[in-house]
Design a protein around this ligand. Structure first.
Ligand code: HEC
Length: 156
């Protein structure tokens, strides 16, 4: 019964939107806010990427004791995935194919870790954690030397 009534609501909603020319009612729309960047890539690393990944990398020494503990692991993995999204937004996005690729790989590996954490499997979380680590390394190999080269030469 419940399913049927939900379906009815959906049908009515579709019918209504058809009547208004397919447009959603005005009140349901909120203009997307213009987002500003507050943190540099380094700050996202320090504030989010590093602490979140450390929790996942060190799970073997700090196994969750209960459901609430696992919920934190899942949330941490998904937040790490969001840090990949942050790499692709605002002033942090370098708009280069490899940058995009590394960021997406971080997102995918972190999502995989979240799935492993959902099944409460420490070994799988650590395996997925290795994939995360490979992405960290790969991105740094490409983009950290570039930063070093751009830095002014140290005064002697
Ligand atoms: C998409 C590229 C990219 C990915 C993926 C990435 N990083 Fe970074 N990371 C950078 C860049 C670029 C810097 C240098 C930022 C700067 O100093 O301006 C950096 C800096 C760092 C630093 C040095 C911070 C300092 O003290 O200056 C650490 C540590 C670090 N990242 C850890 C990680 C870890 C751990 C991961 C994976 C979970 C990761 N990063 C994933 C791009 C990336």
């Amino acid at each position: 019964m419940k399913t049927v009534s939900i379906l009815c609501v959906a049908v009515v909603a579709v019918a209504l939107s058809a009547c208004s020319g397919g447009k959603a009612p005005e009140a349901a729309k909120v203009a997307a806010p213009a987002l500003e960047s507050y943190a540099t890539t380094r700050q996202v690393m320090l504030g989010l990427t590093i602490p979140a990944s450390n929790l996942l990398f060190q799970l073997g020494d700090n196994k969750p004791k209960d459901d609430a503990g696992w919920e934190v692991v899942v949330a941490t993995a998904l937040t790490l995935a969001e840090s990949g999204n942050l790499m692709l937004t605002g002033t942090r996005d370098l708009h280069q194919p490899e940058w995009t690729d590394f960021s997406r790989r971080l997102i995918e590996a972190a999502k995989k870790t979240a799935v492993a954490a959902q099944s409460k499997d420490v070994d799988q979380v650590l395996d997925a954690g290795n994939e995360i680590y490979e992405v960290c390394e790969a991105c740094h190999q490409k983009y950290m030397p570039a930063r070093a080269a751009e830095a002014p030469a140290p005064k002697t």
